[in-house]
Design a protein around this ligand. Structure first.
Ligand code: URA
Length: 212
């Protein structure tokens, strides 16, 4: 795995950089820096989230770790055989991923969980580099439309040819597939836009494809 992660003091996005500097003063025990990818360097599945949650990944320093979205995501990963150990909601829970790698379209926590377009664009080269470097990946699973659109752009593809939809599957070059799901956020699950069943069905398909 030889892709680049943003530097702790990355300053590509002035708004996010200032936000992190404020949070370093306010919440000194938090990670408060770009959150590096987590998982298996020989991943067959690359999962792309949106951006670190303030009290989840931005606190613990591991994608999706310590918040609602992570409870659902790591449970699905366990159910479909992508974990070793037990998810405990902290970066030192001893969990490792088997065949999966988790990253985010935007690596720094954004105010109100909403990165702006310029921030997505500024962070995109990291995603491009990662996708190009991971030569074992068979499936990319994007969580939410922003993640999906960023991933399509990161691969240099046209959004009109690869539209987002829940449980939509697009064929890519070299027998790779792009899967998308509604984001496993608390809001989406509380409003039943995404149920656990819907989420697990996507994972079931991904698992089947990876093993085929
Ligand atoms: N935590 C992450 O790391 N990414 C998300 O998209 C949501 C929560």
């Amino acid at each position: 795995m030889s892709f680049q992660e943003p530097h702790r003091d990355c300053d590509r996005c002035p708004r996010l950089r200032n936000f992190l500097l404020e949070k370093r003063k306010e919440l000194p025990s938090y990670h408060n820096a770009p959150v590096p990818s987590f998982g298996d360097p020989k991943a067959k599945l690359l999962i792309v989230g949106l951006a670190p949650g303030m009290h989840g990944a931005n606190q613990t320093g591991r994608p999706f770790t310590g918040d609602w979205a992570g409870d659902l995501l790591y449970a699905a990963l366990e159910e479909y055989g992508f974990t070793n150990g037990t998810y405990g909601g902290t970066a030192d829970d001893g969990l490792t991923l088997d065949g999966a790698l988790i990253t985010n379209a935007v690596r720094c926590v954004p105010p109100q969980n909403k990165p702006v377009g310029a921030e997505c664009a500024a962070c995109r080269p990291f995603l491009t580099d990662q996708i190009e470097s991971l030569n074992t990946v068979k499936a990319i699973l994007c969580l939410g439309k922003i993640s999906h659109d960023n991933t399509v752009r990161a691969m240099g593809l046209k959004l009109s040819a690869y539209p987002f939809g829940h449980h939509k599957i697009h064929e890519l070059q070299d027998s790779k597939r792009l899967y998308s799901s509604y984001h496993c956020s608390r809001y989406n699950t509380n409003t039943k836009r995404l149920t656990e069943e819907m989420f697990y069905k996507v994972f079931a398909d991904v698992r089947k494809y990876i093993d085929s």
